[in-house]
Design a protein around this ligand. Structure first.
Ligand code: FAD
Ligand code: NDP
Length: 591
């Protein structure tokens, strides 16, 4: 039999995490639980269960000078006991000892795509002491729009959209202002060029900020297209065509989506998408928007809000996937404000009538119920008919990353791991997940922690709050009423709801007929709120606050026990008394 010393040394050498333990010792248990929670594989030798355990323990004392158990070794190095291990964990140093930065690769992590998800993941990994590279490249849109570092949200998504929505809200504010006693004689005029310039300047400052942050964190940023050559090798091609290669232990795909065009004549020649709208040199003028979802309705809303003539061509329903009662109300409100809807209809051809700035176009469309064909003259046609995953031509087929063949989205496990073990994917390109900035950021940060940090938390894609920034904003969390009924059964669902009038609307004499809220509750779980729906001003702010309660499993009774803040619109959720099933009148009443 090998001498005891050899046995100990061999165990330490063979096992990256070796714990000399006693099965009944609470400190040993604590350390083992810690490694389990970090998803770290360890080997524990329970010395009290071995015939020669006492001899092993004696020899260990002699070798390490430590009398107590557990006696922990990581990658051959003596760590110490439970306190020493816990201290390293608290200081965030334990994981680095278990999986030290790789010497076999140029980087620990290469992230392809410097948008919301990619930047969040790379910054977090760098903070955890890893060597990181980020590749980001924006392929120009068909009309030539391009932008800086930061991805969709910052450049052509959430940020410019919300700022332009704000421009539209200000117009409503100015209309209200007269009834609040303000008077101004001059004609109110909106200048697209000023809005565009100020929004683009803000975006420019964000682009710059990201570059500085990456530099400060010693992350290599390459303005280049990334392509996988094998599971650990990425080829980078910059805009001058210069090719380089780099390797990494882990690769994260975060390449996002780009707008889709319909296969109709003139679409790419004369149409634009949200990739072009926010940086248009001239006002879009009279605009036809195609699509019935988030991007279309939000952009239609703010363009109309700043004074433009807007028509929306909607193929079927508004806001597929959202609560349809709320979606219809949004559509009604937009029409009341003066946005024209062609529905159900699809565009069939785009023609140029006259060049110029802006030029004149004709959009031919077909009404899907009557079959009638008609056309609209306009200056701009914008397509918002969905977005395709940027997963083609980037070598995923070279390494066997599995995609959904119908939409090119990446199939991942709950930990965002693709079918290739060292390759992960986050953000909009994931199959079956939400296409939202905070989701991409959250997933990116947690992934970095699971790879290099001490936390083992998975990204929770359930009950994610969101807001549609249409003229009347809509915030929601959880299930649509129809989805709740499908999931829990009609008999188990109770809906508490009401119309209401925001106080600010009264003096301003604004129409509040679509201001409405509802809580969808599951009776079989003591009326747990499974769907939260708010249609009204500041929906993003209202919804974000309640999202914590929903995450914690709030029941209708918790809303009832909560004291409201008066006078706010948000307090309406603390006083909801009428159920849909009762059929009671829910017209707005006073304070
Ligand atoms: P992206 O941010 O799209 O980043 C991907 C990056 O990878 C891009 O820079 C791309 O150019 C780059 N890339 C692609 N291929 C390669 C390659 N091979 N090599 C190198 N780089 C590559 N979400 C919200 O939460 N709230 C909102 O209000 C909101 N509004 C939106 C409004 C609009 C008009 C749009 C279009 C989207 C909006 N979204 C909103 C969605 C949000 O923008 C996305 O969910 C988010 O940006 C996704 O982040 P991502 O990291 O997955 O991808
Ligand atoms: P969506 O895929 O959500 O919607 C596409 C819309 O276009 C649908 O109304 C669809 O109609 C219609 N459509 C599809 N094909 C055609 C066609 N050939 N002709 C006419 N109409 C067509 O895409 P979006 O671009 O609106 O949004 C993409 C994602 O961006 C969303 O999933 C969202 O997560 C994110 N986003 C988030 C925002 C926020 O948080 N506030 C704002 C904007 C975007 P049909 O229903 O009939 O299929």
């Amino acid at each position: 039999m090998a001498p005891i010393k050899d046995l100990i040394e061999q165990s330490i050498k063979d096992n990256p995490v070796m714990i000399f333990s006693k099965s009944t010792c609470p400190f040993c248990k604590k350390v083992k639980e810690l490694f389990k929670s970090m998803n770290v594989t360890f080997t524990a030798m329970e010395m009290d269960l071995l015939d020669n355990g006492t001899t092993i323990h004696e020899k260990l004392k002699e070798m390490t000078g430590q009398r107590t158990v557990p006696n922990v070794f990581i990658r051959g190095n003596h760590i110490g006991g439970a306190d020493d291990t816990m201290k390293l964990h608290e200081e965030g140093k334990l994981m680095n000892l278990i999986t030290p930065p790789s010497e076999n690769y140029t980087y620990d992590l290469i992230v392809i795509g410097g948008g919301s998800g990619g930047l969040a993941c790379s910054k977090e990994a760098a903070d955890l002491g890893r060597k990181v590279a980020v590749l980001d490249f924006v392929k120009p849109s068909p009309v030539g729009s391009t932008w800086g570092l930061g991805g969709t949200c910052v450049n052509v998504g959430c940020i410019p959209k919300k700022l332009m929505h704000q421009a539209a809200l200000l117009k409503h504010g100015m209309e209200d202002a007269r009834l609040y006693g303000w008077s101004y004689d001059e004609k109110v005029d909106h200048k697209w060029a000023t809005l565009r310039e100020n929004v683009q300047n803000h975006i420019g400052s964000l682009n710059w900020g990201y570059r500085v942050e990456l530099r400060d964190k010693k992350i290599l940023y390459k303005n280049a297209t990334g392509k996988l050559l094998d599971a650990h090798t990425v080829q980078a091609v910059d805009k001058k065509g210069k090719v380089s290669q780099m390797t990494a232990q882990h690769i994260v795909l975060a390449t996002g989506l780009r707008p889709r065009y319909p296969p109709i004549p003139g679409a790419k020649e004369y149409g634009i998408t949200s990739d072009d709208l926010f940086s248009l040199e001239h006002s879009p003028g009279k605009t036809v928007m195609v699509g019935g979802s988030y991007v279309s309705l939000e952009c239609a809303g703010f363009l109309h809000g700043i004074g433009l003539d807007v028509t929306v061509i909607v193929r079927s329903i508004f806001l597929r996937g959202f609560d349809q009662q709320m979606a219809e109300k949004i559509g009604n409100e937009m029409q009341t404000q003066g946005i024209k809807m062609k529905r159900p209809a699809i565009p069939t051809k785009i023609e140029l009538i006259e060049e110029g700035t802006p030029r004149k176009l004709r959009v031919h469309y077909k009404h899907l119920e009557t079959g009638e064909e008609s056309s609209i003259e306009c200056n701009t046609v914008m397509f918002a008919i969905g977005r395709d995953a940027c997963t083609q031509g980037i070598g995923l087929e070279n390494v066997g990353v599995k995609l959904n063949p119908s939409n090119g989205k990446v199939i991942v496990a709950d930990n965002e791991q693709t079918s290739v073990p060292n390759i992960y994917a986050i953000g909009d390109i994931l199959e079956g997940k939400l296409e939202l900035t905070p989701v991409a950021i959250h997933a990116g940060r947690l992934l970095a922690h699971r790879l290099y940090g001490e936390r083992n938390e998975l990204c929770d894609y359930e009950s994610v709050p969101t807001t549609v920034f249409t003229p009347l904003e809509y915030g929601c969390i959880g299930l649509a009423e129809e989805d709740a009924i499908a999931k829990y059964g009609e008999n188990n669902i109770e809906v508490y709801h009401t119309n209401y009038t925001p106080l600010e609307y009264t003096v301003a004499k604004r129409d509040s007929s679509e201001c409405y809220v509802k809580l969808v509750c599951n009776k079989s779980e003591n009326e747990r709120v499974v769907g939260f729906h708010f249609l009204g001003p500041n929906a993003g702010e209202v919804t974000q606050g309640y999202a914590v309660a929903i995450k914690l499993g709030a029941k209708k009774s918790d809303f009832d026990r909560t004291v409201g803040i008066h006078p706010t619109v948000s307090e309406i959720f603390t006083t909801l008394g009428k159920t849909k099933s009762s059929g009671a009148d829910v017209s707005a009443t006073g304070c």
